[in-house]
Design a protein around this ligand. Structure first.
Ligand code: G
Ligand code: G
Ligand code: MN
Ligand code: NA
Length: 251
């Protein structure tokens, strides 16, 4: 497969890129951290988004070295930021099949010098579908080191209540499909947002709404006491240099 060969070459040359999207504290309106999002600038095909190449990376096992690169690059970049800012990194279910996941993450933290508490791992509930004992052990070990764990895309899959009880999630990210439906005239979507926030809060977990695009959605989520917001209303994913520029404007 040409795409697989191209992916290997890109990885070997260190030419993947991370973009970063701010996660905004609903109270202060300031970023509490950034989510790292993988990008591939293909020499012929231009910018390729993760949805187009992560499935192949998972099939071929390349997600393991790519995931290692992402973890190291994201932690090293975060080391340049004020140390109250977190870095969120997405993990594929396939990465949990590697025995090296915990040591890779510990290595990336040590190498960058950032505190474990600044790293947040975003996982979807599909990680629990295969060998959930091994996944639990890895998450529990990382959580014990101070790494934060977020349940991504909440509400889209088969999230069960027992999953939330069993796994050490610190945060629930409300999927953007729910946020997208929020408007002053859609009472039902507001009730769903309210229920999810209350449910998560009562379990001691924080909530982040993804895909916030309008001031109206922001106002509703604030009124429902959602802790954090993320979306095009605040900013699009931006490159590392732009993040640094943005920070200089703020200090
Ligand atoms: O903006 P965007 O197209 O970047 O992200 C699409 C999807 O790709 C998201 O669901 C996100 O979880 C996933 N994704 C983005 N970056 C990474 C990454 O570094 N690793 C993994 N495993 N998934 C990622
Ligand atoms: O699945 P995950 O939440 O990790 O993926 C994040 C994805 O959502 C990325 O593809 C990112 O570019 C995209 N995204 C971030 N903010 C918005 C938004 O406000 N609207 C839409 N439609 N997509 C968004
Ligand atoms: Mn995510
Ligand atoms: Na998501």
């Amino acid at each position: 497969r040409n795409m697989e060969r191209d992916m290997r070459d890109t990885l070997a040359r260190g030419e993947f890129e991370l973009h970063y999207q701010a996660i905004i504290n609903a109270g202060s309106g300031e970023p509490s951290g950034f989510e790292a999002l993988l990008r591939w600038h293909h020499p012929q095909r231009g910018l390729i988004m993760p949805a187009e190449f992560i499935p192949l990376a998972e099939e071929t096992g390349l997600i393991l070295p790519i995931g290692d690169w992402v973890m190291r690059a994201a932690c090293s970049e975060a080391a340049k930021w004020p140390d109250d800012l977190k870095i969120a990194v997405n993990l594929s279910p396939a990465q949990f099949r590697s025995k090296e996941l915990v040591s890779t993450i510990v290595g990336a933290l040590a190498n960058s010098g950032i505190a474990a508490q600044r790293l947040e791992l975003e996982v979807t509930e599909t990680i629990t579908m295969h060998d959930s004992e091994a996944v639990f052990a890895a998450l529990d070990q990382l959580h014990g080191l101070g790494v934060r764990i977020a349940l991504d895309d909440f509400g889209t899959g088969y999230s069960s209540l027992s999953l939330l009880q069993k796994f050490p999630f610190d945060k629930i990210k409300i999927d953007r499909s729910f946020v997208n439906a929020l408007s002053g005239t859609n009472e039902e979507s507001r009730l769903i947002a309210r229920a999810v926030v209350r449910f998560a809060t009562s379990l001691g977990k924080t909530t982040t709404a993804e895909g916030v695009e309008t001031g109206e959605q922001l106002a509703i989520l604030r009124a429902e006491a959602c802790d954090e917001m993320q979306g095009y209303y605040f900013n699009r994913p931006i490159c590392a240099a732009e993040v640094l520029k943005m920070m200089h404007r703020h200090v």
